[in-house]
Structures are given as C-alpha cells and as structure tokens.
Design a protein around this ligand. Structure first.
Ligand SMILES: [Zn+2]
Length: 263
C-alpha cells in the first residue's frame, strides 16, 4: 500500500473557508459523533456528511496511522505521567486490538483543539471507542463547542450484518476509501471516487475480524448507555440499509437546524 496524501481533507478545508465566508459569521460550529459496529458505514456516512455540510472529518484511523507512519524509531510519548511506546501502540492496531486510550485521546484532543481554533465544525467517525476514551474527549468537546452543539449518531447494525459486512469488506488502494459489501458494490472492481483498485485490508483476516467484533461488544457498545446517561443529543439510525437511505435517515434525524450549514 502506497502512503497517500490526504487530499479530501485539503479540499474540504477550502470548501469550509468558502462556506463560512458565505454565511457571514452566522455559523455555530457543530460536532457530529458517529458510532456503531465495524462495517456500519461510519466512514462512508462521515464522508457524505463532510461533503454536504463541509465539516472537518476527523478520522481516528488516519490520525493514528499518520502518527505511526511518522514516528521516530523507539519514539516514546509521556502523557500525564504515563509513557507510551509508539511502536507498541502500532503493534496493537495491527493485531486488531484497541490502541491505548490515553494515547489515542491525547492525539485526538490535540487535533480537536486545532480544528476548533479554526472555527470549524467537526465529525468524529472512529472515536471515542470506549467509555474511558469518551471521558477524556467528550468533556473537551463540550468545553470547546458546547453540549447543545453536539449530536451523537448511533449507526445500528445486527450482529449478522456486522459479521457479513466485515468478512467481505474492501478498501481502495489510493485513498483507503472503505467499500461496504452491499448489493450495489458487489461487482465493483475500482473505487467510484478515484478509480484506484479495490483490495482487501491487511487488517481483515478472520482472526482480526473476530477480535475486532469482540472488542466492539465489550468496549465500544457501552458508549450507547454513556451518551444517553450523560444527556447527549442521541439519534439511532438503521445502518442496515442502502447507503443513500442511511444518509437520508441521518439528515432527517439532524433536522432543520442543519440546513443552515448547507451551501
Ligand atoms: Zn478511493
């Protein structure tokens, strides 16, 4: 896999500038948190929402992979007295287990503060992945953006659909766009967005898929209660539909307030 520059975010940044200019400052930056099982289409929906509303798509996988790619040999980071070995964290990711919470949350909060500093709306599509991580990231988001401007979208998928989609998932070589195994994509050979070849992810062996789904059930799913107990604006979306229908349901759930940001 060739490393690729993140062109989509550069373009989105330019669009954000234009969008914000057109709105003459009548813009309250918003946060959308997408969560759900692997294969629910979080990345796909985040990409669509980014294009529609010109949000900044803060993808945890990209933040982590960028850090791992640019790490110096033997690099260690000290966060609140705890020392993290970057290579060890990279190893965890390749095995399909979760990267340390403190390490991920540190990288994410740093980026969140940068994006907020630019007055941008934000979509989180791979984070927080655990209640422990949410307890570090959500207060930071609340403090910066205000709780009333945060919406949690739960992309709900049955265990059977989750297993099926993960066993058949592909990504494109150029930008790592995730191609879900749904009827409209089944015969695709190339990425509809950039034309590059579709390949299996290195991460998607049967063992890592099983491990990842177990991790999700134990570690990530409890977030459902966390968000509801903390009183976040929480919307459940049926993710087991065609991409466009899931997207339409999301737009309906977000309501008319989001029309303001559409250019
Ligand atoms: Zn692609």
């Amino acid at each position: 896999m060739k490393p690729s520059k993140n062109c989509s975010q550069v373009t989105a940044d330019e669009k954000t500038k234009i969008a914000l200019k057109n709105l003459n400052g009548n813009h309250t930056p918003q946060v959308l948190v997408l969560f759900g099982p692997p294969g629910a289409g979080k990345g796909t929906q985040a990409e669509l929402l980014t294009q529609k509303f010109y949000f900044y798509n803060l993808d945890t996988s990209r933040v982590l992979e960028e850090k791992f790619k640019n790490a110096k040999p033997g690099e260690k980071i000290e966060i609140s007295g705890e020392v993290f070995d970057v290579a060890e964290e990279a190893q965890k990711r390749h095995k399909g287990v979760l990267v340390s919470v403190g390490f991920t949350a540190f990288l994410m909060n740093k980026r969140i503060a940068e994006i907020h500093g630019l007055g941008k709306s934000l979509i989180l599509s791979g984070s927080p992945r655990s209640v422990a991580e949410a307890e570090i990231e959500m207060p930071a988001l609340e403090e910066l953006y205000g709780k009333e401007n945060i919406t949690v979208l739960y992309l709900d998928l049955t265990p059977e659909q989750t297993m099926f989609r993960n066993s058949n998932r592909r990504i494109c070589e150029l930008m790592r766009h995730s191609i879900l195994y749904i009827p409209e994509n089944a015969t695709l050979k190339r990425c509809p967005l950039d034309g590059s070849r579709l390949v299996r992810r290195d991460l998607d062996t049967p063992e890592t898929i099983k491990l990842r789904l177990e991790e999700y059930a134990q570690t990530t799913l409890p977030l459902k209660n966390y968000y509801q107990e903390k009183g976040f604006n929480f919307k459940t979306i049926n993710a087991g539909q065609f991409v466009e229908d899931v997207f339409a349901d999301i737009l309906a759930a977000l309501g008319p307030k989001f029309k303001v940001y559409e250019i």
